[in-house]
Design a protein around this ligand. Structure first.
Ligand code: F0G
Length: 449
């Protein structure tokens, strides 16, 4: 029996208005807050839905092969001829045994969203938002970005024969990400400002030019990013973990994953909610401060500064959505220092997985949540790793060479990360030198020779 897709409608998260369509900034025309999709009157047989999704894993159809469109019953409908897919999603769930030990847990998992086509979680939302832009006849799409959204948008725009405009803060994104948007064919503008400044200009631009905004205020992005949580639950045989831990920047991703959890419970695909916790870098912590200092009643923007450039964001757009998720799931917020991030990144690397700096806040934050007793040793925890290790090789190389914190205020604290550093050794090209290096690494004293 065919399972029908539900009808998705837009709704303002603050005043509840339900507009038929969104304006260029994807904001409520009545109160200016964010819009989200909701699905009226959906009801599914949970077992039938699960088996339909599982069956699509063996299909030759392009949409079925996508780890996003495979779950299309829970997404707004977009006609197939407009779907732009790079077979995103389908990302692995790994065990992190060494990191588990470090964090004092029996089991620790990582859902690696860096294993997407452009190497970050952004692809899962971009496939849907770019397809919606294509359906709506846009020639140009645009985003402000710390690098991953722009890389993803540029790729999907090109696949859909659309042009893309990227606004990025000059000098504050990694070369890996910048190189992607160049190769994928975007018009790339490096603005002399930060991410928040890029967002302001983009918001003005989309009111003057027929350009589709593809930042995560675009609710299609959130819908696509939801599927990572659905896929995760499928990988865990629909047995919810106790905790999911997510990095927080503009707070679209935590909003999306939380929305999926709540919808899955509503649809009886799962019987209980994992706690979703959000971790920020201490230098870019407006959400942490909002929750801890103001009980979530307001968010005061900060001037953000962190070497985890992906989350160098001082005025997160989706903070109210993320707050709702935090409250609904009983999750926590944490902040972590630059050195804690760098160390955690190397620890995830040493488990043979690796990730970019922003993703490593999850492990650094988990350690703190363990110390506070919020996470218990026997509980199941999933870290959402948002970007691939190769996104930011500069950071990694500087870390291992001991240069990352040289001359910074973090120099003293950096000593705690030294045991994780593996600087390359430069040797003369002779066998003896290599054997000596090998023996030294094995801890064999050269004294006996
Ligand atoms: N991790 C990575 C690797 C990111 O690129 C981002 C955001 C985040 C975490 C935070 O996710 O914003 O949904 O809370 N990157 C955006 C960009 C802002 O432009 O690439 P969020």
């Amino acid at each position: 029996m065919a399972i029908a897709q539900s009808t998705a409608r837009l709704r303002c998260i603050a005043c509840g208005a339900t507009p038929d369509s969104a304006g260029p900034g994807f904001r409520c025309v009545t109160c200016g807050d964010l819009l989200e999709f909701f699905f009226s009157g959906w009801s599914f047989d949970p077992a039938a839905l699960k088996s339909l999704w599982l069956g699509r894993r063996t299909s030759r159809n392009a949409l079925d092969q996508s780890g996003v469109w495979r779950f299309r019953e829970l997404l707004p409908h977009i006609p197939e001829e407009h779907a732009i897919t790079l077979r995103e999603g389908n990302t692995p769930l790994y065990q992190l045994p060494r990191c588990a030990k470090i964090a004092g847990l029996d089991h620790l998992y990582a859902k690696h969203q860096g294993m997407n086509p452009t190497a970050s979680f952004k692809d899962t939302g971009m496939t849907l938002a770019a397809s919606a832009a294509h359906r709506d006849g846009f020639r140009w799409v645009a985003c402000a970005s710390t690098g991953n959204t722009s890389a993803s948008m540029a790729a999907y725009a090109s696949r859909g024969n659309m042009r893309s405009l990227v606004l990025i803060p000059e000098g504050k994104i990694s070369w890996g990400k910048l190189s992607q948007s160049l190769d994928y064919g975007a018009l790339t503008c490096q603005l002399r400002t930060d991410f928040d400044g890029c967002v302001r200009i983009l918001n003005d631009l989309v009111r003057q030019k027929p350009v589709c905004l593809l930042n995560s205020v675009n609710p299609y992005r959130i819908e696509g990013q939801k599927t990572a949580a659905i896929e995760l639950l499928e990988q865990l045989a629909w047995e919810p973990p106790d905790h999911i831990i997510v990095p927080g920047g503009n707070l679209g991703n935590s909003s999306a994953l939380g929305k999926a959890l709540l919808e899955m419970r509503e649809l009886k695909l799962i019987s209980r909610l994992p706690k979703l916790s959000i971790i920020q870098a201490q230098g870019a912590n407006p959400f942490y401060r909002s929750v801890r200092e103001f009980g979530g009643t307001k968010l005061e923007p900060v001037i953000a500064d962190t070497q985890a450039t992906a989350i160098r964001i001082g005025n997160p757009a989706s903070w109210k959505k993320a707050l709702r998720v935090l409250q609904a799931t009983g999750g926590e917020v944490e902040q972590v220092t630059e050195v804690e991030i760098a160390r955690a990144k190397a620890e995830i690397g040493a488990d043979g997985i690796g990730c970019e700096p922003a993703s490593a806040v999850t492990l650094a934050g988990l350690k703190k949540l363990r110390q506070r007793g919020f996470v218990k040793p026997a509980e199941t925890v999933v870290l959402i790793l948002t970007g691939h290790l190769l996104k930011d090789p500069d950071f990694t190389i500087k870390f291992h060479r001991g240069e990352l914190f040289r001359g910074t205020q973090h120099e003293n604290e950096a000593a705690q990360a030294q045991p994780m550093q593996r600087a390359p050794v430069v040797l003369d090209a002779n066998l003896g030198a290599v054997i000596a290096a090998l023996d030294a690494a094995e801890g064999i004293s050269n004294a006996k020779s």
